[in-house]
Design a protein around this ligand. Structure first.
Ligand SMILES: Cc1cc2nc3c(=O)[nH]c(=O)nc-3n(C[C@H](O)[C@H](O)[C@H](O)COP(=O)(O)OP(=O)(O)OC[C@H]3O[C@@H](n4cnc5c(N)ncnc54)[C@H](O)[C@@H]3O)c2cc1C
Length: 379
């Protein structure tokens, strides 16, 4: 019997396999990954340094133990180069593999902003354990870090590195931190608490040129100001990995297009995690991935299932000023209202019927996220 092949050993791939094994111990599963397949929690990468975590201590379960536990065939360090849909085969660095059904759980690539200058290639990004290892080595020789991007990942790294004693500068073209996620009054709450631990902010501009200098790197920004740093970290966002799917002729948009059963335009191929666009939405966060993984396990086991996403607040790991947000779509009709303020802020997003469809809680109110979630209107 040909196996179900799961491509990718991140949260999406492993969640799916775990859930499927709870339902079915027999069905043959092969997991293929271009990395080592050691199981770790990716969200810990942005708050690991201050806690002194090394790549080795971040590994929760080594790959061979995962394979044994889950009773799967595992092919680590194996890259998939092409999907042959007609013959249901994968062209990989370990040869041709046949599948009965295929699950693409390939994650996303860090977006690289094209820079000028003789050190443009020295920008780092952290999206997996190997990146983290490289980043840690580079931090050994650094005292200052410039972070491109003041979104969730940029703010988390800024907090972590400042606590660890680095001089941190965050550079973002937007007007305030977390501008893609929070209303302005809430985003501005982070400015002072992070500044107090050593973070300097540069808003309304971005890095244009990166040159080596005797003191590390000299950055010239689009407003002609300059920043000096020993290390530059890019945290400007991720782009779903869709190239393989596109090459195979699958429907792709921002992500690999799948329905509520995670089924792509080919009925034998599914997608899950950061690479997937489920019912029109890419949701690159842990909770939606786990929710979709549980539903897909049922589908692959021949059961009736369709993913339903409840409200799942996103927690921003900035201990200097904690934040939890139940985001609203950019084009959602309604208004943000301040419900309470003090050492932080509590805001709700209300639609025309005065129903709360989103919220943000920061600082002293951050611990109220569960209560606030219960107040959201049922959809
Ligand atoms: C620094 C950081 C902090 C985060 N913090 C949070 C947080 O606090 N809360 C939250 O909800 N979310 C957070 N996220 C997002 C969350 O971690 C991701 O949404 C999730 O881990 C993605 O899992 P995935 O399995 O889809 O992708 P990945 O973990 O990227 O896995 C993709 C897998 O596919 C494999 N692969 C790709 N292409 C190929 C190929 N051609 N051949 C073979 N193998 C291939 C890779 O090797 C890898 O094993 C954070 C993300 C980052 C980067």
């Amino acid at each position: 019997m040909k196996p179900i092949i799961v491509l990718g050993s991140g949260l999406a791939g492993y969640t799916l396999v775990r859930e499927l094994r709870k339902l079915n111990r027999e069905i043959p599963i092969t997991l293929v990954s271009q990395d080592s397949g050691d199981y770790y929690s990716k969200p810990t990468l942005s708050n690991a340094f201050a806690q002194g975590k090394t790549p080795a201590t971040l590994i929760l379960t080594p790959a061979d133990a995962m394979a044994k536990q889950l009773n799967i065939t595992f092919l680590p360090h194996c890259k998939v180069n092409a999907i042959h849909r007609e013959s249901r085969q994968l062209d990989t660095t370990a040869g041709m593999l046949e599948y009965d059904r295929l699950v693409l759980a390939m994650g996303a690539d860090p977006i690289r902003i094209p820079l000028q200058g003789n050190a443009a290639d020295a920008v780092l990004s952290v999206n997996d354990l190997a990146d983290y290892a490289h980043f840690r080595d580079a931090l050994d020789k650094a005292k200052s870090v410039a972070i491109m991007g003041g979104g969730l990942i940029g703010c988390e790294f800024a907090n972590d590195l400042a606590v660890a004693g680095f001089k941190v500068t965050v550079i973002d073209p937007g007007p305030y931190p977390l501008a893609g996620l929070l209303p302005e009054q809430a985003g501005r709450q982070l400015l002072e608490p992070l500044n107090n631990i050593g973070v300097t902010w540069r808003f309304g501009t971005s890095v244009q040129t990166m040159d080596s200098s005797d003191k590390g790197y000299a950055l010239t920004l689009t407003d002609n100001s300059t920043v000096q740093a020993d290390l530059v970290l890019s945290a400007v966002g991720l782009r779903p990995r869709i190239q393989l799917a596109r090459k195979a002729g699958l429907a792709v948009n921002r992500g690999i297009v799948v329905d509520g059963q995670m089924r792509s335009s080919d009925e034998a191929i599914y997608a899950l995690g950061d690479c997937a666009e489920i019912d029109g939405r890419v949701q690159p966060f842990v909770l939606p991935i786990m929710q979709a993984g549980r539903a897909l396990a049922k589908v692959l086991n021949g059961e009736e299932a369709k993913v339903v996403f409840p409200y799942m607040p996103v927690v921003v790991k900035t201990p200097a000023h904690p934040v939890a947000v139940s985001p609203v779509a950019r084009d959602a009709a309604g208004t943000w209202q301040v419900l309470a303020s003090g050492q932080g802020i509590k805001m709700g997003f209300f639609n025309a019927q005065n129903e709360m469809t989103g919220f943000v809680v920061t600082g002293e109110f951050a611990s109220e996220r569960n209560e606030m979630t219960k107040l959201l209107v049922t959809v």
